[in-house]
Each structure stands twice: as structure tokens, then as C-alpha cells.
Design a protein around this ligand. Structure first.
Ligand code: URA
Length: 234
């Protein structure tokens, strides 16, 4: 980050006034006076002083969303050298995914280096609605759907209620919209397996207030300030 931007973000002065402070020799980085405008610092590592007083570190976090394609793994590193979700975002490699999608699931995944927010969103007590579009075998009947809506028990854990809507039914498959509140391992697949309608295709279209919308498969974008604020207030 440019030194004058850092000073402005830290509330020392406006961007223009901060430039003056720099050229006047009143700013030090790691003990050295810096008078060069546009001098780049790392806000997480460098120590910046104004009139010999240390400026409190401000943390700059990255918040990104991707549309995960099939075949990409939801980890930061893969021992088999497969493409990871982090590989889809150029630059900062310190980000990591908030939760996971299976290798054959597509759609919305958030990545960040904000450990506090990631921890909160992944914690089981923070119930974030996640919406999926699933293609399932056959057409589930009312009885099966009711069972899932009321929350079945998977691996000894009783799921909370979910919302399920059949969007379309074909001869062999159905397209189903599923809203779940937890994020348990292979949850949607296990739910539909239980009622005899295995999932053939799965895509996540939203995570809390964040929507995939028209982000292309394999593409990424930074979240807006508003979106980050909404996630923090969950
Ligand atoms: N449920 C699943 O079964 N798989 C996913 O990737 C996400 C939710």
C-alpha cells in the first residue's frame, strides 16, 4: 500500500496533507525517514512513525468470491497438485476458503485472510443460509420432501429444518432448490441419498447475503464494502 494512503487510512491526515507530511520528512518507515511519495509499505509488517510516534497497525483484509468449477479442490494447498480454489484468485496467496464445496460441486465460495470473520462464519452456532440448486435422480415425493424439510439425522447429528422446492421435473431427473442452515460434510448429497434420490449435480448460488448472480464459472470478484459489512453483522 502507498504510504500516503496508509497515513490517510490510519486517520493521520487527508491523502494530500499526508503527502506533505511525507515530503516534509515527518514520516519514518522501520526507523528510516521516507520522503518519496508513493513509497510502498506492507501494512501487516512495516512499522510506520509520524513525528516519531508509532502508528497503530491497520489490517487490510481481502474478501473474494469465486464461482468454483468442477475438479477444483476447496483447500489452500493440495498434496496431489490439483488446482485449488486459491489458484483461481491472482495475487495474495494468504487467503483461504470459508468452508468447503465438494470437488464435483460448482458455485459460490468465499475466500479471505480475515481469520476472525472466517472463524465466525464457519462456526456451527452461526447459522448462515446456504442455497443450492441440485439435480437429483427421479422426482422426490411429498413424503420424502417433508422428511428432509423437518430435518433428518445424519452421522448422529439432527439437522435443522430446510427449505426445499422442486423447480422442474423431467422424466429421469428433477431440479431442486435447497436452503440449508448448516454446512455439514456432503450435507445436501446425504440428504437426498437418504430419500432415494441421489444428487447428480450440485451448485451453490448463495451464502448468507452474498449471491453468485452472473459471476462466470472459474471467475472471481472482490466483495463490496457493503457485502463485507453484511457478513460481519450476521
Ligand atoms: N452439500 C454437499 O453435499 N456438497 C457440497 O459441496 C455442499 C453441500
Amino acid at each position: 500500500m502507498r504510504l500516503q494512503k496508509y497515513l490517510a487510512h490510519a486517520g493521520i491526515a487527508s491523502r494530500r496533507k499526508s503527502e506533505e507530511l511525507i515530503t516534509d520528512g515527518r514520516v519514518k518507515v522501520n526507523g528510516q525517514v521516507v520522503t518519496e511519495l508513493g513509497y510502498k509499505i506492507d501494512p501487516l509488517k512495516d512499522k510506520v512513525y509520524f513525528d516519531d510516534k508509532k502508528i497503530k497497525t491497520i489490517k487490510e483484509y481481502t474478501y473474494v468470491m469465486i464461482n468454483k468449477p468442477i475438479g477444483v479442490v476447496s483447500t489452500a494447498k493440495d498434496e496431489k497438485n490439483r488446482t485449488t480454489v486459491v489458484d483461481l484468485v491472482p495475487g495474495d496467496k494468504r487467503i483461504y476458503p470459508i468452508g468447503r464445496l465438494d470437488i464435483d460441486t460448482t458455485g459460490l465460495l468465499l475466500l479471505t485472510n480475515d481469520g476472525k470473520l472466517a472463524h465466525k462464519l464457519m462456526h456451527p452456532s452461526t447459522e448462515v443460509d446456504k442455497v443450492y440448486i441440485a439435480t437429483v435422480e427421479g422426482t422426490p415425493n411429498k413424503h420424502g420432501l417433508e422428511k428432509l424439510r423437518n430435518g433428518i439425522t445424519i452421522d448422529g447429528y439432527k439437522l435443522s429444518k430446510s427449505e426445499i422446492k422442486i423447480l422442474k421435473s423431467y422424466n429421469t431427473d428433477s431440479i431442486v432448490k435447497v436452503t440449508i442452515h448448516e454446512g455439514r460434510n456432503r450435507q445436501v448429497k446425504k440428504m437426498f441419498e437418504r430419500i432415494g434420490h441421489p444428487v447428480k449435480k450440485l451448485k451453490r448460488i448463495s451464502f448468507g447475503p452474498i449471491e453468485l448472480a452472473n459471476l462466470e464459472l472459474g471467475a472471481y470478484r472482490y466483495l463490496t464494502e457493503e457485502e463485507v459489512k453484511e457478513l460481519k453483522s450476521l
